[in-house]
Design a protein. Structure first.
Length: 187
């Protein structure tokens, strides 16, 4: 690895496996517990709760691991670097699923109300909103516990994963609107 500039974070061509595991593990755990929380929030209507929980999980998982590699990753820097591994490993999935696209398309991930960034953030927020509503009508200790864990995972993502593990070390941070929002472009 080349020496890093003084005061600047090192950018990774290949993220450490531990970071990839933390990123994906927390994402999948968030989706699973979010689905369980939605099911618990609808305890008075179990069929609806289970259906909504499963629908949420399938949608969120597909958004992250199918739609992103098809729509966002083909124009990412990590698709162009031989032997690269992004923080989520989605560049490897994308290489198998979609043709590479021009780099100039990458910032479009944050354009429009239903853009990839907004849909991803909604997939993290929806179970929290559903569990808050569920606790108003059907409070239980299990629902509260799942809510607290999912909220902690969201806080961990916003204050540790994005700014310290993922975006800070990303080679695409100068083109990425998410890195700009995190304030890590010049770090």
């Amino acid at each position: 690895m080349p020496p890093r500039k003084a005061g600047k974070a090192e950018t990774y061509t290949r993220y450490p496996l531990s970071t990839v595991v933390i990123y994906n593990g927390s994402t999948i755990l968030h989706f699973l517990l979010g689905a369980a929380g939605i099911a618990l929030a609808c305890a008075y209507w179990p069929r609806m709760g289970y259906s909504l929980g499963i629908l949420y999980f399938v949608h969120s998982f597909a958004e992250m691991y199918v739609v992103m590699p098809l729509t966002v990753c083909p124009s990412c820097t990590y698709r162009r670097i031989k032997g690269a591994l992004c923080v989520a490993g989605l560049n490897l999935l994308s290489a198998r699923m979609a043709k590479e696209r021009p780099k100039k398309e990458f910032p479009r991930r944050a354009e429009g109300i239903f853009c990839a960034n907004n849909v991803y953030m909604a997939s993290l927020m929806v179970p929290i909103a559903a569990m808050i509503a569920g606790m108003l009508f059907n409070f239980s200790a299990a629902l509260l516990l799942v809510f607290l864990i999912v909220a902690a995972l969201l806080i961990f993502r916003f204050f540790v994963i994005f700014p310290k593990l993922a975006c800070l070390h990303c080679k695409a941070k100068h083109a990425c609107p998410q890195a700009a929002a995190m304030g890590v472009r010049d770090k």
